[in-house]
Design a protein around this ligand. Structure first.
Ligand code: C2E
Ligand code: CA
Ligand code: CA
Length: 561
């Protein structure tokens, strides 16, 4: 079996590209010796293209003496169709293209294999070199190559589900300054020097590419676990922080880096790079020279950065509002209070999902002014309602408090002031704190509870039954009310039913009140009522509603049975 190949390679000394047409025998198999025998008429050099896994086939190309003498036996840096051959594992097929080692030899095959002895190659078959897969300035592979590598890994992941690799995106923070102060020629040399340092640090099997301009990417396949990968990335960061001497001048750079691991779910192979870049953007935003690991939600960080800026003006621009969700007594079927839930209507984007709003607010610290605004608005509103609807049951309002707010030293003072200014009696206000927060800072919670008790304000343990729920801890938590999370109610069958029953029984034995959120059906209501839950909230009664809708409910109070 033979195939006619067109070889082309770049002479690293002169940067000229040479081409030669050769006919070489080809064999496939796992066993090098068996394949040598199969090509027994060949007196040429044997080139083995090895790979990491031993499944499917090796590919062997045997070249005649002299023709392939440039081939590096180590074959490190062999690419098949732009994919790192060390990591691939497949038979040579119609139209495959190889590129081997630092010599940038390209081999192209066309036609169907097993090939006829003399297949002609198309005239442009050498277009694969240079440029298509390589960046000429740094000598590194380029974006095309990187994309093919990712594509290949994506395919492998479907079979090797535990495959671990890291995609790292690097952005040189101030390349433009180097260009401006030392000139573009020095800037180019700096890029080439960066590429050398990257290459030096990486293990065989890892790849560094230049994406464009001052952006590089790494594909770390040699790492055994995420810690190794991060250690390697940090080492690279240190390598690049050392001075570069360029034309007798010293230049220092910092890089912002983002890492995305293979285990983040992606829809397409490009996503890993997109995610790593999103993490880099985050790193840049947080002050450059940093390393960030991609977390879902970071991907539209451009959009997010804009939202962060816009949120800072949202209060003064009147873009925030509250929705009120009725809390119903399961015994009387009457509304006993409301939970206040914040909403943001962005002038361009429209309604922002509240989880996103809260996470931006928490990350930026804006949760402090926003939380205070929510507290004040909710208390004012309840006071108004109490005056307008004097026949309504004495109402309470529940306000969510995030951990960032909770650690403020003057939170109790703020609450005291809001109660004074709005005139709302403290026993009409409930604060909803998450279970994890209460568990983490139990001492602070106990202290705060005792201070709030004097004001009559109740603390409620929100989202109970999510995260690290530990029933035994309920005993020690300093709250009088437990709110069972909607996730438990949503599938109220078998195990969940028993768990909720357990929570309710324990709460009652500790004289705590139970509120259940997320009641959507009559059936759930019946079950929860049978367990003796005192209060409920959920779409079955009403979704969170605006002030006008809430007032309709107060004017004509429904009675749910
Ligand atoms: P949460 O405290 O668990 O609030 C209950 C969430 O469940 C609300 O989502 C509510 O709309 C939703 N919900 C109510 N009934 C049902 C139901 O029957 N079925 C289902 N599937 N969902 C129901 P929302 O308003 O999107 O708020 C999400 C989270 O955002 C809240 O969860 C809370 O953690 C946070 N949040 C909302 N407003 C504020 C606020 O003013 N301050 C703080 N710190 N966090 C807030
Ligand atoms: Ca809540
Ligand atoms: Ca909840």
């Amino acid at each position: 079996m033979a195939v006619e190949l067109q070889l082309s390679w770049e002479d690293p000394a002169t940067s000229t590209v040479e081409q030669r047409l050769v006919t070489v025998p080809v064999a496939f198999g796992r066993d090098e010796q068996a394949m040598r025998t199969a090509i027994n008429d060949s007196e040429g050099t044997l080139v083995v293209l090895p790979h990491k896994q031993v499944s499917r086939c090796h590919a062997l190309i045997v070249g005649k003496e002299g023709e392939l003498e440039l081939v590096d036996k180590s074959t490190n840096g062999t690419f098949l169709n732009g994919q790192h051959f060390l990591g691939t594992n497949r038979q040579i097929q119609d139209g495959d293209r190889f590129q081997i080692g630092p010599y940038k030899i390209a081999l192209s095959t066309i036609g169907t294999l097993p090939p006829s002895p003399s297949m002609r190659l198309p005239a442009d078959s050498t277009a694969v070199l240079p440029g298509v897969y390589h960046d000429s300035l740094t000598g590194l592979p380029n974006r095309n190559m990187f994309m093919s590598l990712l594509q290949n890994l994506w395919e492998r992941l479907t079979v090797e589900t535990s495959l671990l690799f890291a995609v790292v995106h690097l952005d040189i923070d101030r390349l433009q300054q180097v260009n401006d102060s030392l000139g573009y020629r020095v800037g180019d040399k700096l890029l080439a020097a960066i590429a050398r340092r990257l290459r030096q640090r990486l293990a065989p099997g890892d790849t560094a590419v230049r994406l464009e301009g001052d952006e590089f990417a790494l594909l770390l396949e040699s790492v055994a676990n995420t810690e190794d990968a991060l250690a390697l990335v940090e080492a690279i960061q240190r390598d690049l922080a050392a001075a570069f001497t360029l034309e007798d001048k010293e230049a220092f750079i910092t890089v912002s880096m983002g890492v995305a691991f293979s285990h983040v779910p992606v829809n397409q192979p490009e996503d890993w790079l997109r995610f790593a870049r999103a993490a880099t953007n985050r790193a840049k935003h947080l002050g450059r020279g940093r390393l960030e690991i991609f977390r879902p939600g970071m991907e539209d960080s451009g959009n997010r950065l804009r939202l962060e800026t816009d949120l800072s003006r949202a209060i003064e621009r009147g873009e925030l509002s509250l929705r009120y969700q009725p809390i119903v007594s399961l015994t009387s079927g009457r509304i006993v209070g409301f939970e206040a839930l914040v909403r943001w209507h962005h002038p361009e984007t429209g309604w922002i999902p509240s989880d996103q709003l809260i996470s931006i607010a928490e990350e930026t610290g804006l949760i402090i002014p926003i939380g205070l605004w929510v507290l004040r608005t909710a208390c004012q509103q309840l006071c108004q309602w109490q005056m307008r609807f004097p026949h309504a049951h004495p109402l309470t309002v529940s306000v969510n408090v995030s951990s960032k707010q909770f650690i403020q030293a003057d939170l109790v003072a703020q609450i005291t002031e809001v109660l004074q200014k709005t005139g709302l009696p403290g026993n009409h206000l409930k604060l909803e704190l998450t279970e994890s927060l209460l568990m983490e800072s139990e001492e602070a919670a106990i202290l705060m509870l005792s201070q709030l008790r004097e004001l009559g304000v109740q603390i409620l343990m929100d989202d109970f039954g999510t995260g690290y729920s530990n029933l035994a801890r309920m005993r020690t938590l300093p709250t009088d009310v437990v709110k069972v999370d909607k996730s438990l109610i949503q599938s109220l069958d078998g195990q969940n039913l028993a768990f909720v029953r357990g929570i309710v029984a324990l709460a009652h034995s500790l004289s705590k009140t139970v509120v259940v959120e997320g009641i959507e059906t009559q059936e759930q209501l019946v079950q929860l009522r049978e367990m003796g839950c005192a209060y409920g909230q959920g779409y079955f009664f009403s979704p969170p509603v605006d002030v006008a809708e809430a007032e309709k409910l107060l004017a004509h109070p429904p009675k749910w049975s």
